[in-house]
Ligand binder design. Structure first.
Ligand code: PYC
Length: 316
């Protein structure tokens, strides 16, 4: 029977499942190739594991997974490949905070600054205490301003397209109420935007699919600057304010002159939890950093019984 060791955590309400052991050696070992090659191998040869780890009956659509692998970049505490119910993520802000808190729980890192390798580049984590982490993300940028998306029924929505480690469509004037008791409507609306972005060939750079939709409104808590709702690629909404989404937002705010480098931006998510973002600008590049807190929720061994009809996840 295959066994995998995992540690679960949540960051601002959004769960992360770190896979520590039990993945194929051809993915885990740096001797098996550069991280990009190992990610391709995961997609090509071991994609069933992703569903088995994350989807029902072992997991749920809400979970984000993080394979902790041997890094092939120097001085990194680990390489991390994030995945969800639909596929693989370039980066994941809440997940990186969860990974840092998990590594601290395992005594693999101490308070201070550490490097983590991700498929989109090396990020830094500053572990302040057992729960609080600042992630220095990969550079973020706005790619399109005021992209107009036609929606069924003759309606339209306008938003920016920005990169924050994943591709986002960011919309402010959508007329929707961003509240927990309205997530079904928000999910359907954001999914329609995503579908129409693809249908109308509105993409990120090099034709990249925009697979995260981020809606904004004024905050409920006056201590914050904004509230958001983020729909992830597999149609689950982010319970946290979304680290890569907040990074994309920071790039837009800097581009519009709405914040200055170093100024704090308190992004409230749909649960009311907050990420504090700041942007550093160097050589015209926006370097976002995101601070948030994570908590360990479980330490477990996943078992995959060959006789279990759902050993590879429901729907696999
Ligand atoms: O925090 O970047 C993030 C994220 C992406 C998808 C879910 N969370």
């Amino acid at each position: 029977m295959r066994k995998m060791t995992v540690i679960d955590s949540h960051t601002a309400g959004e769960p992360t499942r770190c896979v520590l052991a039990g993945m194929p050696e051809s993915v885990f070992r740096k001797s098996a190739g550069a991280l990009a090659e190992r990610v391709e191998r995961l997609k090509r040869e071991h994609d069933g594991l992703r569903r088995a780890i994350l989807c029902e009956p072992r997991g749920s659509d809400v979970l984000v997974g993080a394979y902790l692998l041997e890094p092939d970049e120097p001085d990194c505490a680990a390489a991390v490949v994030f995945f969800n119910n639909a596929g693989y993520l370039g980066m994941c802000g809440h997940g990186t905070i969860g990974v840092a808190v998990t590594l601290a729980y395992l005594d693999r890192i101490a308070a201070g600054t550490h490097r983590l390798q991700t498929p989109v580049g090396v990020v830094q984590v500053h572990l302040k205490d057992t729960h609080t982490v600042t992630v220095e993300n990969v550079p973020a940028y706005r790619y399109k301003t005021g992209a107009r998306v036609s929606l069924p029924g003759g309606n339209a929505v306008t938003g920016d397209v920005a990169w924050g480690g994943n591709w986002f469509f960011l919309a402010q004037n959508h007329g929707r109420r961003l509240a927990l008791d309205n997530v079904e409507e928000l999910t359907e609306y954001a999914w329609e935007i995503r579908t129409q972005l693809a249908a109308q060939d509105i993409t990120g750079a090099n034709g990249a699919e925009i697979d995260h939709i981020e809606l904004f409104s004024p905050p409920l808590d006056a201590a914050n600057h904004s509230r958001n709702f983020v729909l992830c690629p597999g149609k689950a909404y982010d319970r946290s304010p979304c680290g890569t989404g907040t990074s994309a937002k920071l790039a837009c705010l800097i581009a519009d002159g709405k914040i200055t480098p170093g100024e704090a931006w308190r992004q409230e998510g749909i649960l009311g939890t907050v990420f504090e973002g700041r942007a550093r600008v160097e050589n015209d590049m926006v370097h976002p950093s995101i601070t948030g807190s994570a908590y360990i929720t479980a330490e477990a061994t996943l078992l995959f019984d060959r006789e279990d009809p759902f050993q590879n996840g429901i729907g696999a």
